[in-house]
Design a protein around this ligand. Structure first.
Ligand code: ADP
Ligand code: ZN
Ligand code: ZN
Length: 760
């Protein structure tokens, strides 16, 4: 455990560090005489490692080499450089990352690296420094000072002094030149005479510097909101007592308002607060609303910021200038001190899961952080994850509910369009059903807006040869290529491999190529042709390649400058557009067909979320869902918007299949460019797992090819573990991994994931 502050008489001569590499152990380095006393735990250090230099993190300091460390003193290497005088990492974050790394059978150093703003380790981001001018105390009296008589101030000098006085005595150098309309020389003269001081200052890059902020809402909470808020604030006031809430409220029921007031309460109690949101839900509208409420006390961390802006927002938290942090996944590690409240909005959202090493789920880390810090955590959702609702039922979480939409507005009515009937009537495949076309027309005639959701970008999902039956696949992956008409290319959505779209089948040279499965590009195209007078924008990763583009379109849509958005799940959540009264959902069957244990849950969640986009204003909303499987329980319950009924059916499935929340899962993925090597390593691991599991506490499945058997030129072989306890699972894994390593398994090829999502 890291000691907090090394306030010892004798300076530390040795430091224990962890490195951002897939190694579980810490390393000991010698602290050269000149650096002794300058290193604190949590500081970043430059260290020699093998033949390279790496940035590592000081986690413990020693005056003398601890007896437990069996190392030959002469083999120890020296720290090269201390990167932070004041440690970037707080003791709380050191502990949290250590805990998280352990929980996810991951690596502490990698977890620490993930907890810091991107770019810090390679010095890509630096504080932005600008020249500034400050009025020296004496400057205020400069007018009647003695040297005024011998050396009178010129008009320019006077203008500068007056301007600085009007600006609290401090301004950016360039601002002074501009606003006083003077050159640099009078400023330099004043500096020489000691009336002003010219210095270099940190400037904070503010992502919302130029934004217009909305008015603050000031309404009375509904009785349900008040009950929920009271429960949360009572718990926050009951300091240092961990407690978890599940706030289950339909979309538009006023959850956000409860979050905002609860955070305000935590601040008033002298605590800090954080709110996590899914990757794509931190909309420009929402950021502005938060800034309007909390001013500079809120720091906003999300992936659309430039590295510099992100770093500055993070530093405002670290310095204690911002006591509220709002952000996506990695914001859960924000260095807030004295945290009292953590909120996870849309807690079921898969984007909380980091999909590369170090794997973690920010929702679960938030719960851990709250429990380590004695804080309150609130998980909010209209469609809680099965695991969370189960925890609420078992009493582990306290259940709070907001069953109604604000203002007595009903939920949007949802209808399923049976595409089998549509096909029969039309005698051919139809991408957009006539019912939906009619509804779009009606909606537009009332001056209202439409959202069309299709979770597939590109023009056609894949290309099929009608002569030989070949589908065109990625050369690096076991995946069909998607046709993008905009640049006439076939694109792999997994590795981004591209090739020109072929005119003939690459295998048999037949000209009869068949483009199957419409994507957003195609649907937006068809709709633009059908409705030439509608202003339609497409929102997907292809159109949103530029920073700021999404913000721009969403703001335009909110302002009524667009009539329709066609897009992927990017537009499915979080947004509040009161004039949207129709949501059309295409291609929902794609998600249902995925070989994923959560496909039904995800489909239900997605439909509930999009339904929540419709009818948020005073007008009633409508949702039309096209499907070939109207009987599927996820669709039936989504249509009725009946979460409880869905939960009851899904939880039985989970129990029958030995899935979470009844079992804890781990996925061990072995990746290798060579197929035989992949299986060889996997087989060693399997044998070690069996040896580590003599009492069969864990069920072990595999090795078997993963559902995407080849990705980015690597073969993927998977072993799945199911266990009844987390501890049992971790212990089995830990023993098996060290044993497999001894037996020649190449651990660089092995990726362990606890609580994997998208498990296939
Ligand atoms: P949710 O987060 O549950 O989807 P929001 O908090 O965004 O819901 O609230 C939905 C809408 O209702 C927002 O426009 C919000 O400003 C408004 N609202 C929330 N609470 C109240 C209230 N007590 N009285 C009036 N309007 C409210
Ligand atoms: Zn062919
Ligand atoms: Zn590929």
């Amino acid at each position: 455990m890291p000691s907090s502050e090394p306030q010892k008489s004798k300076p530390a001569a040795y430091v224990e560090v962890v490195l951002p590499v897939p190694l579980r152990r810490a390393f000991t380095y010698r602290v050269p005489q000149a650096m002794q006393g300058a290193i604190k735990t949590g500081a970043r250090l430059t260290l020699p490692f093998g033949r390279r230099n790496l940035t590592g993190y000081a986690v413990e300091l020693h005056e003398e080499l601890p007896a437990a460390i069996e190392i030959d003193e002469s083999k120890l290497k020296d720290v090269i450089e201390v990167l932070d005088e004041e440690p970037l990492i707080t003791p709380e974050i050191l502990k949290l990352t250590q805990w998280t790394a352990d929980y996810y059978a991951s690596f502490w150093g990698e977890m620490l690296k993930a907890s810091l703003p991107a770019g810090l380790n390679n010095d890509k981001v630096k504080p932005k420094r600008r020249k500034a001018v400050r009025l020296v105390d004496r400057g205020a009296e400069a007018l009647d000072s003695s040297d005024q008589k011998t050396q009178p101030l010129t008009r320019d000098h006077q203008k500068i002094v007056d301007l600085l006085k009007a600006n609290k005595g401090e301004m950016l150098f360039t601002d002074v030149l501009e606003q006083a309309d003077v050159g640099a020389s009078p400023l330099n003269t004043l500096a020489k005479r000691g009336i002003v001081e010219i210095f270099v200052d940190d400037v904070m890059r503010d992502p919302l510097a130029k934004a217009t902020l909305p008015d603050k809402d000031d309404f009375e909470l509904t009785a349900e909101q008040q009950t929920a808020l009271d429960a949360i604030t009572t718990a926050v006031a009951d300091s240092d007592q961990f407690k978890a809430f599940l706030l289950h409220g339909v979309t538009g029921s006023g959850k956000t308002e409860v979050y905002i007031r609860a955070m305000r309460f935590a601040l008033d109690q002298g605590r800090s607060a954080m709110m996590l949101v899914p990757e794509i839900a931190l909309t420009p509208v929402f950021s502005r609303r938060l800034r309007a409420v909390f001013g500079s006390e809120v720091a906003i961390l999300h992936s659309n910021l430039s590295a510099g802006e992100r770093f500055d927002e993070w530093r405002r938290i670290r310095r204690g200038d911002a006591r509220i942090a709002i952000g996506t996944r990695s914001a859960v590690f924000a260095p807030l001190e004295n945290i009292g409240l953590l909120i996870v909005d849309e807690e079921h959202d898969p984007s909380y899961r980091q999909h590369e090493s170090p794997f973690y789920n920010a929702r679960d880390v938030a719960v851990m952080r709250a429990s380590l810090a004695g804080a309150i955590v609130v998980l909010g959702s209209a469609t809680p994850a099965m695991e969370s609702f189960y925890n609420a039922q078992s009493g582990k979480y306290t259940y709070l509910t907001l069953p109604d939409r604000i203002g007595g507005r009903g939920l949007a009515t949802a209808e399923l369009i049976d595409m089998r009937e549509v096909f029969k009537l039309a005698g051919k495949d139809v991408a957009i059903a006539p019912q939906l076309i009619a509804a779009i027309r009606e909606t537009h005639s009332r001056g209202e807006q439409t959202i069309i959701l299709l979770n597939r970008r590109g023009f056609s999902q894949f290309v099929l040869c009608r002569t030989c039956g070949e589908t065109i696949k990625c050369k690096n992956c076991d995946i069909t290529l998607t046709f993008h008409r905009g640049n006439n290319q076939l694109v792999c959505h997994y590795c981004n491999y591209r090739e020109p779209s072929p005119k003939v089948c690459p295998k048999c040279e037949s000209e009869f190529l068949y483009f199957v499965g419409e994507g957003t590009e195609n649907i937006a195209d068809q709709l633009t042709k059908k409705f030439p007078d509608l202003r339609i924008a497409r929102v997907d990763r292809d159109t949103m390649a530029h920073k700021g583009e999404l913000d721009k379109i969403l703001l335009e849509f909110a302002a009524g400058k667009l009539d329709m958005l066609v897009g992927t799940q990017m537009i499915s959540k979080g947004h509040d557009f009161p004039n949207v009264t129709l949501v059309g959902v295409l291609g929902i069957d794609i998600g249902l067909g995925l070989p994923d244990m959560r496909s039904a849950e995800r489909t239900f969640q997605l439909l509930t979320q999009v339904a929540g986009r419709s009818g948020r204003g005073k007008k009633a909303g409508k949702v039309l869902i096209q499907t070939y499987y109207p009987e599927h329980y996820a669709l039936r319950h989504a249509k009725e918007q009946d979460y409880d009924a869905f939960y009851r059916e899904e939880i039985r499935f989970r129990e029958r299949m030995a899935y979470p929340p009844f079992y804890v899962l781990a996925s061990v993925m072995i990746k290798h460019r060579d197929h035989t090597e992949a299986f060889k390593n996997a087989n060693i691991l399997r044998r070690s797992l069996d040896a580590a599991n003599p009492l069969k506490h864990a069920r072990i499945l595999g090795p078997a090819p993963a559902s995407i058997a080849r990705l980015k030129n690597e073969f993927r072989v998977q072993i799945i573990l199911k266990a009844t306890t987390r501890r049992g699972l971790r212990e089995t894994l830990a023993i098996a991994i060290s044993e497999a390593e001894e037996n020649g398994c190449d651990m660089r090829a092995v990726f362990v994931e606890i609580d994997p999502v998208n498990l296939m």
